[in-house]
Design a protein around this ligand. Structure first.
Ligand code: SPD
Length: 281
């Protein structure tokens, strides 16, 4: 009999893929963790029934969440990734030679261990000497730091379960305090079709912490409805056209999604989305 994975997004919306093997299934203190083998997407990391990353399309998410801030910041030296236990965001940040220190703060050590074992091409940067892996609560970690990072990336799960606290207004305020002057935050901000209540809350909460924000989009087939968003925020205005073209040029050859042109066009929001969530951005 065929085995299928189904992600239940809403009562009437599901995403499904045939599973050819279950490589790992575990329950940590925080969530259920699965690593599934599939033909169309390769290995899939699933947390509490939601797809987190897959071999086939992970590069879209990780390039977008890492290189857009790394090239829009004036001179990033030190970065913090909250969540992101698969290591994909760290792997991309490491491509920037100017970034000398990256802290990954992931709450669930079992996620990191499973990814080291089953996703070596994604987790490959975790042992780099510029990387420090902290297993612990990102909310507490950020609170303990002030003016410490040039870039903070919130590579979280969805706003239910262990990731919930990473979407609150209080959290974004403490992220703002943990950034150095000129610092940038990027948070994964869910699918553009996710629902006005959830998206409205995320955007309001980010605005509670930061004077300026800009949302950008990418196409990810294994995430709900296929179009994902990230929101960058800062104390200063953000102009996507001001990215450092030379810095981007140094990493461009190794990228599979972003280009010099799309570094700007990813910020083109459909009017329906802009009107609802990004009117004043
Ligand atoms: N619904 C999926 C949301 C996943 C966002 N985080 C993914 C982590 C990949 N590093």
């Amino acid at each position: 009999m065929e085995l299928w994975f189904t992600e239940q997004e809403k009562d009437q919306v599901r995403f499904g893929v045939r599973v050819d093997g279950v490589l790992f299934r575990g329950k940590s203190e925080f969530q259920e963790i699965e690593v599934l083998e599939t033909a169309p997407y390769g290995r899939m990391l699933v947390l509490d029934g939601c797809v987190m990353t897959t071999d086939v399309d992970e590069f879209v998410y990780h390039e977008c969440i890492a290189h857009v801030p790394a090239c829009l910041h004036k001179n990033p030296k030190k970065a913090l990734v909250v969540g992101g236990g698969d290591g994909g965001t760290v792997r991309e940040l490491l491509k920037h030679k100017g970034i000398g220190e990256i802290v990954l703060c992931e709450i669930d050590g079992m996620v990191v261990e499973a990814c080291r074992k089953y996703f070596p091409a994604i987790a490959c940067g975790l042992d780099d000497k510029r990387v420090k892996v902290e297993i612990g609560d990102g909310v507490a970690y950020v609170k303990e730091h002030e003016k410490a990072f040039d870039i903070i990336i919130i590579d979280s799960t969805d706003p239910i379960g262990p990731g919930e606290g990473l979407f609150s207004g209080e959290f974004y305020k403490s992220v703002a305090r943990a950034l150095k002057p000129g610092g940038l935050m990027v948070a994964q901000s869910e699918a553009i079709w996710f629902g006005d209540d959830v998206l409205g809350r995320i955007h309001r909460n980010i605005s509670a912490g930061f004077a300026h924000k800009k949302t950008y989009l990418g196409a990810i087939p294994t995430y709900p409805r296929g179009v994902w968003s990230w929101t960058m925020a800062s104390a200063e205005p953000i102009d996507p056209k001001n990215f450092d073209r030379e810095r981007f040029g140094q990493v461009a050859a190794g990228l599979k999604y972003l280009t010099q042109d799309s570094m700007v066009s990813v910020f083109d929001l459909p009017p329906f989305f802009r009107a609802k969530f990004a009117k004043n951005d």
